[in-house]
Design a protein around this ligand. Structure first.
Ligand code: SF4
Ligand code: SF4
Length: 456
């Protein structure tokens, strides 16, 4: 099969999920009205929490740095709005933990962002590009949340940049709309990232259920040899890093290896767009496109440009959800397979928030994690696991606390895709059991590697 004259690349194992993308994929990106209060967590990335750089009482403006930490594994945090800092205190975040946050009473009249610069990125030196990326505080916008600066600040050049436009989780269409509406920014971001990492080739991998985005980008690239759109089979989890590398380049990263070891860096398309805006317009990472959707309950599902720090309750009210009648519903931040159900509607959108989904009781299936249902050894989970693991068996080791055996059977390689829980006829919370065991299993694997190195 071909699309836009290009062969569609396939994924080995995985699952064809019902997509639900038709709820929002034709809806143009709309700006969401501002909340009265913004809550901006000082930890929105992998790494250390930033320190506040503004005191309570300070008047701030959009794009102004409000948090920073002089450590490599951190990212600066910026205000998304104009207003007055009313508190700096722990607030609940999507992780389920409280994080020190800057609370701002929003001045809606002054909250428009005016780009302080507009410049051509092409004559800029690589160090200047890197500094602009670091300053902007961008993180993996597909949900990974690794500081972009760390990903692109390499000792050795990497020949291939893979931009991930697979967007393989159901409901989410924010990447599709960005590829359609911000195509020039995406291509500009790809050019900047290629220069920074020393890549000579960029592939933009897009699942074929986004044929409009494939056509638009292929048309805009007009046969360019250095940046190429690659159509991908629609199958979950095509967007998992190792899967997309294999699909677009044919390379298979060895287990436990970093993608750079097979000459690739993978970034989400939203990260490339954010990179372009930070370098060209001096716009820090303080707003993003979020898909707000769900079957039945959301009256105006769509893709909204949302300021970081906006409470999800404010967003749901704007899209016509009766937030007083959500008993039995689940509100999920992220996609339905890898996202997290939320305990409070006060939780704010952060840099990595791809979606806010309201799932009615008919779509909520509970799996008892305290007393997991037994594994009936049907083998369905192993049949679909994209990493070729045996999730059922691993879940038994995890439940028993037998972490060394789970390490022997490579639990640390789990992609956390959720397919094993999804397909399990016993309704066993397989993924949750594996996630709980994973940190200890990873520690064991790391220790084994250290000992093996010491033995030479
Ligand atoms: S074991 Fe991990 S990678 Fe395999 S299906 Fe389950 S969650 Fe996905
Ligand atoms: S799908 Fe469920 S019951 Fe079947 S092997 Fe996997 S964990 Fe066991």
């Amino acid at each position: 099969m071909t699309i836009a004259g290009k062969k569609v690349r396939k994924l080995g194992r995985g699952y064809h999920l019902r997509e639900y993308k038709e709820l929002t994929n034709k809806k143009q990106i709309e700006r969401l009205p501002l909340p009265d209060e913004g809550v901006i967590p000082l930890l929105q990335h992998l790494g250390e929490t930033a320190e506040p750089t503004v005191p309570v009482g300070e008047r701030v403006h959009p794009g102004q740095p409000i948090g920073n930490l002089d450590q490599y594994w951190s990212a600066p945090v910026h205000s998304s709005v104009a207003g007055t800092v009313t508190a700096i205190e722990p607030r609940l975040t999507d992780s389920g933990y409280e994080v020190n946050s800057v609370v701002i009473a929003v001045d809606k009249e002054r909250s428009e962002f005016y780009p302080p610069i507009q410049r051509d990125h092409r004559p800029m030196q690589v160090d200047e590009l890197k500094e602009a990326i670091r300053w902007a505080g961008a993180v993996g916008m597909g949900g990974g949340a690794c500081p972009t600066y760390i990903n692109v600040n390499l000792d050795e050049p990497v020949e291939t940049l893979v931009l991930n436009g697979a967007e393989c989780e159901p409901f989410l269409t924010c990447d599709q709309r960005q590829m359609l509406e911000y195509a020039d920014e995406l291509i500009g971001g790809a050019e900047i990232m290629m220069r920074v990492i020393g890549a000579t080739k960029c592939y933009i991998g897009i699942e074929v259920n986004k044929a409009d985005a494939i056509e638009v980008l292929a048309g805009r690239l007009n046969g360019r040899a250095d940046i190429e759109v690659v159509p991908l089979q629609t199958k979950y989890p095509m967007g998992y890093k190792k899967n997309i590398i294999k699909a677009v380049t044919g390379r298979t990263p060895p287990q436990g290896a970093r993608s750079s070891e097979v000459g690739c860096i993978v970034k989400n398309i939203g990260t490339a767009i954010t990179t372009f805006n930070s370098v060209v317009y001096g716009k820090s990472c303080f707003e993003r496109v979020v898909t707000v959707s769900g079957p039945g309950t959301v009256r105006r599902p769509g893709n909204y440009l949302v300021k970081v720090g906006t409470p999800i309750g404010h967003i749901l009210e704007h899209v016509g959800v009766d937030t007083g009648s959500l008993a039995g519903h689940k509100v999920i931040m992220g996609g339905p397979m890898t996202g997290a159900a939320q305990m409070s509607l006060d939780v704010p959108v952060i840099k990595k928030t791809t979606g806010i989904l309201v799932m009615p009781p008919s779509h909520v299936e509970s799996q008892d994690t305290a007393n997991p249902a037994p594994c009936i050894r049907c083998g369905k989970c192993a049949e679909h696991c994209p990493i070729y693991l045996n999730p059922g068996l691993l879940s038994v080791f995890a439940e028993r606390g037998d972490y060394p055996t789970a390490a022997d059977w490579k639990l640390d390689q789990c992609a956390e895709c959720g397919i094993c829980s999804y397909v399990c006829p016993s309704r066993r919370p397989v993924t949750q059991l594996l996630l709980k065991a994973k940190p200890e299993v990873k520690r064991i694997v790391k220790e084994r590697r250290r000992r093996a190195r010491a033995r030479g």
